[in-house]
Write a protein that binds this ligand. Structure first.
Ligand code: NPG
Length: 368
């Protein structure tokens, strides 16, 4: 597989609703897309880095710089036989897993297409639809949140994740449980607490949450282990798990009982697979998170979520949850039982609407 050229683009896309987390509010998304030219064909990938260094130290700007300065020069004009070879070429660059992941995923899409298989089948997936939940940002009032949850349930979503932060946690979750006693519910703190909040967070145990996601700061596996010992609610780690190494350490230390795998966060599909297998061995379920992706990243997430140990619904909502018009065809739609169908065409499985991408592009560079 010869990588002849790589195009980088940043798009500007307006989210249908602003998304508020403990990091702040997001209204516009600036997805960084890569297009690999391999054997005369285009393969698209999406980088999940955010606009600022809140969720991760990586940003759209740093990813662009690392891609242009280091990762693309390492592969351009080269025969790259497989993902192992690609990972070896990227290994000298420390970290920057989001920048690496978009190339790795596009390259894997090319391999799947070459093998004449849908991405999910190529990765070893075992299902033709994936269960999906929805992630609801922090709202202005509890009533608004309750109405929003009602609307998502009416649409067919089966698992509700709400964002929490100090001041918007125990009483908010109590109100949700009172209105919706039976729903599958979880909370995501995006690193907003410290171990000093353990007794406060333990009050969440009474609400039967599916899990509490990333309560403490990202690098802190030791304090997460101490917190997990004080909670009945399973802790799920997201920001803390940048690669299989942290996954192994977290499982060994007891820092979590569940892992959120985002292929775009951990360096791509191969590293996701390693985390998936480690968790499987430790009898810890995994699920696929989301980063407000366009249909390109979503197609990757859907494919990954077909692996056997993805046993919990993902943050892989339908395209119309995010965008007035997605940049892929067909868009992802919510189907019976709160599921999304896995594309069956070879490779990525969806067609990129190049004209629309062109119109949304705010920055572009072709590297040869
Ligand atoms: O549906 O894609 C989605 C969003 C899911 O809540 C979600 N993502 O912390 O997992 C997260 C959160 C997030 C989104 C974080 C964007 C950072 C940026």
């Amino acid at each position: 597989m010869k990588i002849q050229a790589v195009e980088l683009r940043v798009l500007k896309m307006r989210l249908l609703q602003p998304f508020r987390t403990s990091f702040g509010v997001q209204q516009d998304r600036y997805p960084l897309l890569v297009r690999l030219e391999i054997d005369g064909r285009s393969q698209w990938g999406e980088c999940v880095a955010g606009e600022g260094p809140w969720y991760s130290y990586e940003t759209v700007e740093t990813a662009w710089q690392i891609l242009k300065g280091y990762l693309v020069p390492a592969i351009i004009g080269r025969e790259v036989a497989d993902v192992d070879a690609l990972e070896t070429l990227f290994a000298p660059v420390r970290g920057h897993h989001m920048a690496k992941a978009c190339i790795e995923m596009a390259f894997t899409g090319a391999l799947a297409e070459h093998a004449r298989k849908p991405l999910a089948t190529f990765l070893g997936g075992v299902r033709d639809r994936v269960e999906t939940g929805v992630s609801i940002g922090i709202q202005a009032t509890v009533d608004e949140l309750l109405d929003n949850i009602g609307a998502q349930l009416a649409q067919g979503y089966r698992r509700i994740k709400v964002k929490i932060e100090p001041g918007w946690d125990v009483t908010t979750i109590a109100a949700i449980r009172q209105r919706y006693p039976e729903i599958t519910l979880m909370a995501d703190a995006n690193c907003a607490y410290t171990l000093d909040d353990a007794a406060h967070l333990a009050q969440l145990d009474q609400f039967g949450l599916l899990m509490l996601e990333q309560p403490l700061t990202a690098g802190d596996l030791v304090d997460h282990a101490a917190l997990q010992r004080q909670l009945r609610t399973p802790i799920c780690l997201d920001e803390s798990i940048e690669s299989a190494r942290e996954a192994r350490q977290a499982l060994e230390l007891g820092s979590c009982r569940v892992i959120n795998i985002k292929p775009g966060r951990v360096g791509g599909f191969a590293e996701s697979r390693r985390i998936h297998d480690l968790a499987s061995k430790a009898s810890a379920p995994v699920w696929c998170g989301g980063m407000l992706e366009t249909g390109i990243g979503r197609a990757c997430n859907v494919a990954l979520a077909t692996l056997p140990n993805f046993r919990l619904p993902g943050d892989i909502s339908a395209s119309d949850r995010y965008w007035a018009e997605d940049i892929v065809e067909p868009p992802f739609v919510l189907q019976r039982g709160g599921t999304i169908a896995v594309p069956t065409r070879w490779g990525l499985g969806v067609r990129v609407k190049v004209d629309l991408v062109e119109r949304l592009t705010v920055r572009r560079e072709l590297l040869r």
